[in-house]
Unconditional design. Structure first.
Length: 316
């Protein structure tokens, strides 16, 4: 058994509004939810509004064992919401409200004690778009020592996803997670003039002194690269119901396994399984436990390969 790691997430918490139901959502909040499901201590640093949605969010987080001591309540700004629609492959598109509470994170004197005890910190891009939350995030990150810093880039094409902002985030980053769309955008933004995906990732790794990069590829699994290795983990064949939040769970699995000292193969396998498992349930934060993941693994052995990366495939 490993000790329990303490991992904070700084970013958005909101309601994912589906046509018939609402689910706990927000990329960073989702990742923290999964940290708890994976038997570690996830702490959410976020903000809700002083409204019904805000109260319900705090209730829902607590029900799921997520500490809410650092979920602030804004007296004026409303709680965040996102309208979610799924396409025929169960891939979501999002319509996000702006000017909501999580964009206005304040500095809290209690952060100082928390910072000293953190093993990991997860953040994304959305929380940085408003200078208010961005300032709080940077102040927090700048005080961290010996904390693994994880950047789940989650680019959505919002105005404000500037090169400067992204480059600053990459300079803090120990582990970077991005999907294929985000990879294309990043390559363009940073003007990396190489053709091969793996060569571009190697440039990123060296330029920003990153420890591990994971390029997730939805149904086709993921690529994992560190200073010494490139490995490809082929996708698990499933019948997805809702792929919302697969990436958020995938990130949590990477962080936990990395802190546990797992090999890059183990990190890849476990995160790929967790990501796939999340797609067979509705919403980004379904009810499950560690045994359910084992059960899922035993029933899902078939793989889907991305032809370009088969040379890096891990041996099963
Ligand atoms: N349709 C799917 N089938 C199997 N696994 C999936 C599927 N969608 C996502 N996953 C798993 O979840 C991971 C993250 O999903 P992805 O869609 O790439 O990220 P994001 O949600 O950040 O866009 C993938 O690398 C894969 O392991
Ligand atoms: Mg994502």
């Amino acid at each position: 058994m490993h000790r329990k790691f303490k991992i904070a997430g700084v970013g958005e918490v909101l309601w994912d509004i589906y046509p018939d139901k609402k689910y706990l959502g927000g990329a960073v909040s989702n990742s923290i939810f999964h940290i708890n499901r994976l038997s570690h201590e996830g702490i959410l640093i976020s903000k809700v509004g002083k409204d019904k949605y805000g109260e319900e969010l705090i209730e829902e987080l607590e029900k799921n064992g997520v500490a809410t001591d650092f979920v602030q309540v804004d007296p004026v700004k409303p709680t965040g919401t996102v309208e979610v629609r799924l396409d025929e492959k169960a891939v979501p598109s999002f319509k996000c409200t702006s000017g909501t509470a999580y964009e206005y994170l304040d500095w809290d004197e209690k952060f100082s004690d928390l910072i000293a005890s953190l093993d990991g910190l997860i953040f994304g891009t959305l929380v940085q778009i408003n200078p208010h939350s961005r300032k709080t995030l940077y102040k927090l990150i700048e005080q961290l020592k010996n904390t693994l810093i994880v950047y789940d880039i989650n680019l959505r094409g919002w105005p404000g996803e500037s090169n400067e902002l992204i480059e600053k985030s990459l300079q803090f980053t120990d582990i970077l997670k991005l999907n294929f769309d985000e990879f294309d955008k990043l390559k363009e933004k940073l003007g990396i003039r190489k053709n091969e995906v793996t060569a571009i990732l190697q440039v990123l790794l060296r330029r920003y002194d990153i420890k591990l990069i994971s390029l997730s590829m939805g149904a086709q699994g993921g690529l994992f690269i560190d200073k010494n290795r490139i490995i490809y983990v082929p996708g698990i064949i499933v019948n997805p119901i809702d792929t919302t939040g697969a990436g958020d769970a995938f990130v949590s699995a990477i962080v936990v396994k990395y802190l546990e000292g797992a090999s890059i193969e183990e990190i890849g396998e476990f995160s790929n399984y967790l990501g796939a498992f999340i797609t067979i349930m509705r919403g980004a934060t379904p009810d499950y436990n560690l045994q359910d993941i084992d059960h899922f693994k035993a029933l899902h052995k078939k793989r889907r390969y991305h032809p370009e990366f088969s040379q890096y495939t891990i041996k099963e």
